[in-house]
Design a protein around this ligand. Structure first.
Ligand code: MN
Length: 519
C-alpha cells in the first residue's frame, strides 16, 4: 500500500454549495490557481450539469491548471456524464466523478429505486465514463448509513467496471472515527478487487468530526482525502484541508504518510478564499484562525519567550504567516503595488491593477502608512468581480441622539447610464442610507446581519463592513472597506444588491433546473 496521500480539494464544488460561498468564473479561477500553488492533487472544479456557469468554470479551470487532476461531479446518469466530459475534454488530466446514493434511506425516499437498480446504474455509469477517460471515481453517497454487504457489493462491481477511485463519503456527517475505521477496514477485507482502486473519503462536519474521521480512515487504508479550504461546504462544512494537512505534518511520528501540499501556502489559500467569498473564518479556527498563534495568558507568554516549543506545536511560518510591517507609502508606484500584490498571492490583471492603484492613492492620501491589511481591503472592496449594476456616487447622512437620521443617496445605474437620487429617514444613519438605496433600486432588502471591524490600527484605521441581506428569501453577502464607516456600509449593501441582481440574471439565463444535491 502506498504511503502517499492524494489530497482532493472540493472547495470549488462542495465548498461552493455552502450558503454565501458561491463564486463566479473569475473568482473560481483565482481560487483554482491558488489551489494549484498549494499543491493539491485533485481539484474538483464543479458539477458540470448543474449550470452553464459550473460547466464554464470547469472548462476554464481545466485549461488554466495543467498539473493537478481536474474533476467534475456527475450523477450516474448518461447526460450528466456526457456533460462532465464536455467540460473536461481539454483537461491535461481529466477525472469523471460519478455518484449515486447507496443507503436504503436515500434509495427509498430520494431515488425511489431498488438496490438492484442502483447497482446496475452504477455499473453502467462507470462503463460509460471509462469510454471517455481512464480516471473514473465512483462515490457511494451516504455510504456511512448504507448496508455494509450492499456497499461491498457495489464497490466490487464498480471496480470491476474500471473505477480507479472509490469514495466512501460520510455525506451527512454521521459517523465517528472508530466506526469509520471499521467501515474502511471491512471494505479492504471483503472487497475482492479493492487493491485495484484507491479508497477515498469525504467527511462532513455536522458533529465536528470531519477531520478526525478522515484521519481514522487514513489509518485504515484510505489514500485519498476529500476536503476544502477553511472547511467550507454543505451545512456544517467539509473536513478542513489545512487541519488535516497540519495534523499529518505535526504528528508524522504517528502518521508517516507523504503528501504534496506546500504547507507554507495554507494561510494564503485560506485568505484568498475568505477574500473571495467574504466569509471570514472564526478567530479560534484551528491552523488559520486569527488567534491560532496568539498567546494571551502571561504564563504562556513567559514560556514562549524562553522557548517557543513550550506552547507551540507548529510555527506560524510553517503555514505561511508572515509578520508584516509597513509595506507601501504615498509615493509608491503602480509597479511596487503590483509586486506587493504578487507577493501576497494576488496576480492582478491590468484593469484590476488600475482600479486598485486608484483606490491605493486615495487611501494613501488619508493614511501615512499602508499595511498589507489595507491592500487586502482594497482588493476585497474595489476589485469585486461581480458586475456592478449600481455604483455609489454620493452620500450624505445625518445622525444624532435627538434627531431622526436622514440620508441623501445618489447611485449610478450602469445599465441605463443614469444617476438616481433619493432620500429617506430611518432608525440610525445606516438604516436611513439602506432605505434610500432600496427606493432607488426598487429592491427590498432585509438586513440579516451587519458587522463592522477594524482592519488596521490607529485613528485613520480602515473599517470593513460586512452584511448579509435577504432579497426574495435568498441571502447575499456584501462587504466594503473605507475609513468612513457609513460609506463602507452603503457600499457593502450595494455589493449585496449587485450580487442579487447578478444571480437573478444568471438564473434567468440558465433556467430553473433542479438537481439532486451531490455527495
Ligand atoms: Mn459533500
Amino acid at each position: 500500500m502506498s504511503d502517499r496521500l492524494i489530497i482532493f480539494d472540493t472547495t470549488l464544488r462542495d465548498g461552493e454549495q455552502s450558503p454565501g460561498c458561491s463564486m463566479n468564473l473569475e473568482e473560481k479561477l483565482r481560487m483554482a490557481r491558488q489551489l494549484d500553488a498549494l499543491g493539491v492533487d485533485v481539484i474538483e472544479a464543479g458539477f458540470a450539469i448543474a449550470s452553464d456557469d459550473d460547466f464554464a468554470a470547469i472548462r476554464e479551470v481545466a485549461k488554466t491548471c495543467r498539473r493537478p487532476i481536474i474533476a467534475s461531479l456527475c450523477r450516474t446518469v448518461k447526460e450528466d456524464i456526457e456533460r462532465a466530459w464536455g467540460a473536461l475534454a481539454d483537461a491535461a488530466r481529466p477525472r469523471i466523478h460519478t455518484f449515486v446514493a447507496t443507503s436504503d434511506i436515500h434509495l427509498q425516499y430520494k431515488l425511489q429505486k431498488t438496490r438492484e437498480e442502483v447497482l446496475e446504474m452504477s455499473r453502467e455509469a462507470v462503463r460509460l465514463a471509462k469510454r471517455f477517460t481512464d480516471d473514473v471515481e465512483f462515490s457511494a453517497e451516504d455510504a456511512t448509513r448504507s448496508d455494509m454487504d450492499y456497499l461491498c457489493e457495489i464497490i466490487e462491481a464498480v471496480i470491476d467496471e474500471g473505477a480507479t477511485v472509490v469514495n466512501i463519503p460520510d455525506t451527512v456527517g454521521y459517523t465517528i472515527p472508530s466506526e469509520y475505521h471499521h467501515i474502511i477496514s471491512t471494505l479492504k477485507q471483503r472487497v475482492r478487487n479493492i487493491d485495484k482502486a484507491v479508497i477515498s473519503v469525504h467527511c462532513h462536519n455536522d458533529l465536528g468530526l470531519g477531520v478526525a474521521n478522515s484521519l481514522a480512515a487514513i489509518s485504515a487504508g484510505a489514500r485519498q482525502i476529500e476536503c476544502t479550504i477553511n472547511g467550507i461546504g454543505e451545512r456544517a462544512g467539509n473536513a478542513s484541508l489545512e487541519e488535516i494537512v497540519m495534523a499529518l505534518r505535526v504528528r508524522k511520528d504517528l502518521m508517516p504518510y507523504e503528501n504534496g501540499i506546500v504547507t507554507e501556502e495554507l494561510y494564503r489559500s485560506s485568505q484568498t478564499l475568505s477574500n473571495i467569498t467574504g466569509v471570514q473564518v472564526q478567530p479560534n479556527k484551528a491552523v488559520v484562525g486569527k488567534n491560532a498563534f496568539a498567546h494571551e495568558a502571561g504564563i504562556h507568554q513567559h514560556g514562549m519567550l524562553k522557548n517557543r516549543i513550550t506552547y507551540e506545536i507548529m510555527t506560524p511560518e510553517s503555514i505561511g504567516v508572515k509578520t508584516n510591517s509597513i509595506v507601501l507609502g504615498k509615493h509608491s508606484g503602480r509597479h511596487a503595488l503590483k509586486a506587493k500584490y504578487e507577493e501576497m498571492g494576488h496576480d492582478l490583471s491590468r484593469p484590476e491593477l488600475d482600479k486598485a492603484y486608484k483606490l491605493f492613492t486615495k487611501l494613501a492620501d488619508q493614511k501615512k502608512e499602508i499595511f498589507a491589511e489595507d491592500l487586502m481591503a482594497i482588493l476585497q472592496d474595489g476589485i469585486a468581480s461581480i458586475p456592478e449594476r449600481y455604483k455609489l456616487r454620493n452620500l450624505q447622512a445625518t445622525a444624532g441622539t435627538s434627531t431622526l437620521s436622514t440620508s441623501l443617496v445618489t447611485l449610478h445605474d450602469t445599465t441605463g447610464d443614469a444617476e438616481k437620487t433619493d432620500t429617506s429617514s430611518g432608525d440610525g444613519p445606516v438604516n436611513a442610507v439602506y432605505q434610500a438605496i432600496d427606493k432607488i433600486t426598487g429592491m427590498r432588502g432585509t438586513l440579516m446581519d451587519y458587522t463592522v471591524r477594524s482592519l488596521t490600527k490607529g485613528d485613520d484605521a480602515v473599517g470593513e463592513v460586512f452584511v448579509h441581506v435577504e432579497f426574495d428569501d435568498t441571502a447575499y453577502t456584501g462587504k466594503a472597506a473605507s475609513t468612513d464607516v457609513i460609506d463602507a456600509s452603503a457600499r457593502a449593501y450595494l455589493n449585496a444588491v449587485n450580487k442579487a441582481i447578478y444571480s437573478k440574471d444568471r438564473r434567468k439565463a440558465v433556467g430553473s433546473e433542479q438537481l439532486a444535491v451531490g455527495s
